[in-house]
Write a protein that binds this ligand. Structure first.
Ligand code: GDP
Ligand code: MG
Length: 179
């Protein structure tokens, strides 16, 4: 059986834990702890270590899903978490102050991993903030050498997250999803 690993990243509150929860076919492992810093105002719990889940594809493949901790003070873990990964899902919270700055930060931080693999971008909270638009993201991405898929995603919706993951898998290997 084929086993693959993909990594979810993005700022605190972007929906990583929720997204993995939405698509995992096994009960996800959440290592949430009570936040002790500035994330407290936003959420009562935040991920300090990582999230983990598994998605079973129709072709029998297993996709292992790992979520990075969002806080920058855990960025030492990012290298460990990406080892062996085949692609990155970057979730961006459209209601944050400067989601383009967030996008730049994460694309830069994962630059070498993305260079060897692939990335797909999901923009969450568009129901709360409809600007910038997906077109605006595409325009912003013209300054980068990569051409990722960019979808509007509600991390609570299994279908939204599943489509994003499938777009990522397709960009890596158009055959991976075939039944
Ligand atoms: N309104 C709205 N809420 C969302 C959306 N996506 C995720 N959320 C909520 O955003 C909050 C933060 O999500 P969480 O998964 O904890 O973010 P994480 O820090 O990236 O793991 C949760 O309450 C989610 O239910 C979205 O598209 N719209
Ligand atoms: Mg989380």
């Amino acid at each position: 059986m084929s086993q693959y690993k993909i990594i979810f990243t993005g700022p605190v509150g972007a929906g990583k834990t929720t997204a993995i929860n939405s698509i995992s076919d096994v009960p996800p492992v959440k290592t949430d702890a009570v936040a002790s810093d500035m994330t407290k105002s936003r959420k009562s719990a935040t991920t300090v270590a990582m999230d983990y889940g598994v998605m079973n594809l129709d072709g029998g493949e297993k996709i292992h899903l790992y979520g990075t901790p969002g806080q920058e003070r855990f960025d030492f873990m990012w290298d460990i978490l990406t080892t062996g990964g085949i692609g990155l899902v970057l979730l961006l919270d459209n209601s944050r102050l400067d989601p383009f700055q967030d996008m730049k930060f994460f694309l830069d931080s994962f630059d070498s991993f993305i260079g060897q693999t692939s990335v797909a971008i999901g923009v969450t909270q568009m129901d709360l903030n409809n600007k910038p638009t997906i077109d605006d993201y595409h325009i912003q991405l013209q300054g980068y050498r990569i051409k990722p898929a960019v979808f509007s995603v509600d991390a609570r919706e299994k279908n939204d997250v599943s489509l994003l993951v499938q777009a990522l898998l397709y960009s890596i290997d158009p055959g991976i999803e075939s039944e």
